[in-house]
Design a protein around this ligand. Structure first.
Ligand SMILES: [Fe+2]
Ligand SMILES: [Fe+2]
Length: 259
């Protein structure tokens, strides 16, 4: 299947199975001309809800002993993963002229995000919740009008949103473990490990795409979308080690830590 065809299939899917469709063979012979997809089709019951102060709040960590509350967290994270799947499909359509290896890298990351959605669905169902039972938000789709180049895309996705998960995944994982939910803990461990490689992908490509005399960190700060700031690339408890593993330069880590 062509990357372009696959991306269109994902963005126009009205069944979760089609959003998570994973073709056995992918190729990129006909990337076509750029398409800037406006908004994804969503399965029934999974359309975007408006944020309110009430529906936006995740249960506090001290309430994670209740499985219902852990399920709410997993539902939210699954929502983020589904958004990541769609934004990666957006990028495949928007940047047909990007290097072939960049596009195949985005496709491979997209496949891992699909697996993440499936794993979160399995865990939330174990805890008695179905994907779509709670509101899902538009989040990342508010940024797509600013995603006009592969550099913008990696700055937003890999180097900000996925970067923040290097803190959130171990933080939530540790809390699930403390509350005896080892399956959810194992899942967060896998998410962290995959996320390190997704951030690494972004780091590698910003180095490749920048001009020879350009500084990657400066370019990143210029390229994040107006709704994002450096601070969005971290959680409450800052983790240095996964960032080092992802190849983030010391100067960048320091600036994030102090943001
Ligand atoms: Fe993910
Ligand atoms: Fe990711």
């Amino acid at each position: 299947m062509e990357l372009r065809e696959w991306a269109i299939h994902i963005l126009s899917a009205d069944r979760i199975e089609d959003k998570l469709f994973d073709p056995s063979h992918l190729e990129d012979k006909n990337p076509g001309s750029p398409i800037f997809w406006k908004e994804p089709t969503r399965p029934i019951g999974m359309s975007f809800s408006k944020h309110t102060r009430k529906n936006d709040k995740l249960p506090p960590f001290q309430d994670h002993h209740k499985s219902d509350n852990r399920a709410i967290c997993l539902h939210r994270f699954a929502g983020h993963e589904l958004l990541a799947v769609e934004i990666m499909a957006f990028a495949l359509l928007a940047f047909p002229d990007a290097p072939r290896s960049f596009r195949m890298g985005v496709a491979n990351t997209l496949k891992e995000e699909q697996i993440h959605v499936k794993l979160y669905i399995a865990q939330m169902e174990r805890l008695g919740l179905k994907f779509g039972d709670l509101p899902l938000f538009k989040h990342f789709w508010k940024q797509t009008e600013y995603l006009t180049s592969p550099i913008n895309y990696i700055s937003m996705m890999s180097l900000t949103l996925e970067m923040a998960n290097l803190d959130f995944a171990p933080h939530y994982g540790a809390s699930f473990k403390r509350n005896g939910d080892l399956e959810s803990y194992e899942l967060m461990k896998q998410i962290l490990s995959d996320e390190i490689s997704h951030v690494k992908f972004g780091m590698r490509w910003i180095q490749k795409l920048k001009a020879h005399d350009q500084d990657a960190f400066e370019l990143y700060k210029e390229s994040i979308t107006p709704h994002l700031t450096l601070k969005r690339g971290r959680g409450f408890i800052f983790q240095e080690e996964p960032r080092k593993k992802a190849g983030i330069p010391d100067k960048w880590i320091e600036a994030l830590k102090n943001s």
